[in-house]
Every structure is written in structure tokens, then in C-alpha cells.
Design a protein around this ligand. Sequence first.
Ligand code: ATP
Length: 234
Amino acid sequence: MTDLLTVEGLCAGYGLARVLDNISFTMKPGESIALLGRNGVGKSTLMRTLMGLTRRHSGTIRFAGADISGASPHARARAGLGWVPQERAMWPSLTVEEHLTTVGRHGAWDLAAVYEVFPRLKERRTNMGNQLSGGEQQMVAIARALMTNPRLLLLDEPMEGLAPIIVQELAAVVTRLIRDTGLSVIVVEQHARLALSMTARAMVLDRGRIVHESSSADLLADGEKLGRLVAVAA
Ligand SMILES: Nc1ncnc2c1ncn2[C@@H]1O[C@H](COP(=O)(O)OP(=O)(O)OP(=O)(O)O)[C@@H](O)[C@H]1O
């Protein structure tokens, strides 16, 4: 099977400051990766670099058969990269449903499909973005990315700051997306064990480099290694 994503020798950062140092990895369609590491090691920077939101110093990114290394964020979204940013980025004056329909693109994910995954959003469909709880905002952020019918979904700390019960609810949804719909996903998460339980592959960063790659199950089973590589939150 051809790769969905091929990253080779990627160095990137902000201005002249280099954060990512020679990152290389590949992903096949349907694969899921937990991207882990301590605070400040470059996880968000890698996600943002895949979306074209940082300064790439060198290296290449191929996605769905095309070299997107120099493509704009907009072009990358059109090519099928779905982005759920850490800050959620709600539009206060739009309703839940407007958040979803303004970005909708033809494909299996339509309003009915996302409401089936997030029944709470259907109940809240006329609420404004600024009338939602943190968990509901995160559901909108994920649903909005699904409405673009992405080939790869990038989730940057989707559980951050949410109550434990909402974390479990969202984790169940993401697991379902990965296992049942075969969606390709990279998820950055402070809840390392939770992220490993949702995904097939684990990748750990330290100071901008990949320092560990294995199956998620292997890393989950090795508590000592997990503790050494990652500050384990849960
Ligand atoms: N907009 C920016 N401009 C300059 N430097 C930045 C910017 N954003 C992040 N950095 C720096 O890049 C490095 C990596 O940050 P990044 O947010 O990618 O880490 P992270 O692994 O996602 O950490 P966290 O889990 O805390 O979000 C840090 O040293 C950070 O200070």
C-alpha cells in the first residue's frame, strides 16, 4: 500500500529558531499515531508544520501522492489534512450548525453523520459558539474537521482542560473513528496512556527529535519506559 504521509528530514521552527530536528516517518492510510513527549519538545510544532503554519527550514512532506512541502495551509486542507488546533478556534457569532456547514465538503461525513457521532451537537445545533462548554467546543472542533472529509486528521491535545467524564466520552469517539471508520489520525495528548489505548502506533519526541517508535500496545505495556520517555499524566 502506498504511503499516505511521508516526512523526510524535516527541520522547522519559528523564524530562525529550529524546533524540529531531522524528523522522518511514514504513515499508511488507516494508521493512527499517538505523538507523545514532555512539555515543549515540539509536538504541536510538528502538527503545525504538517499544516504549513511554521517556518520549514529543510526536508520534505509528501501527502496523498503530492509534495506539499511548500503548500499553503489552505491548499493542505484542500488536499485532505484535517486540523483540530489546540486552541479549538470557535467562532462566537456562528451557531454549532453553521460551524459545520460553512466548512462542509462532499464526502461520507455530512451533518447527519457527525450528529450521529456527536448527538449532543445535534441538541445544541442552534447554540452559538460562545454558549458551549469546553467539551462541546472540542466536539465542534472535531466535527468541523470531519465535515471537511479529511484523509488524515491531526488532533492537538483534544482532551486538554476537560473534565474526566468528557475526556472519556471524547476518547471513545476518537477510538471509534479510528477503529470503525478507518480514519487516519495523529493525536498529540498529555494523557499518554489514553492516547496509546486509542492508537496503533506510538511516536515520542524529545527536543525536536523522534526518540522512540513502537506499537502503542508495546509502549503501554512497558510502564518503566513510558515513564522515562513521557511525563505520564494518566
Ligand atoms: N509561536 C512560537 N514562536 C516561537 N517559539 C515557539 C512558538 N511556539 C512554540 N515555540 C517553542 O517551540 C518549542 C516547542 O513547542 P511546542 O509547543 O511544539 O511543544 P509541545 O511538545 O507541543 O509542548 P506542550 O505539550 O507544552 O504543548 C518550545 O520551546 C516553544 O517555546
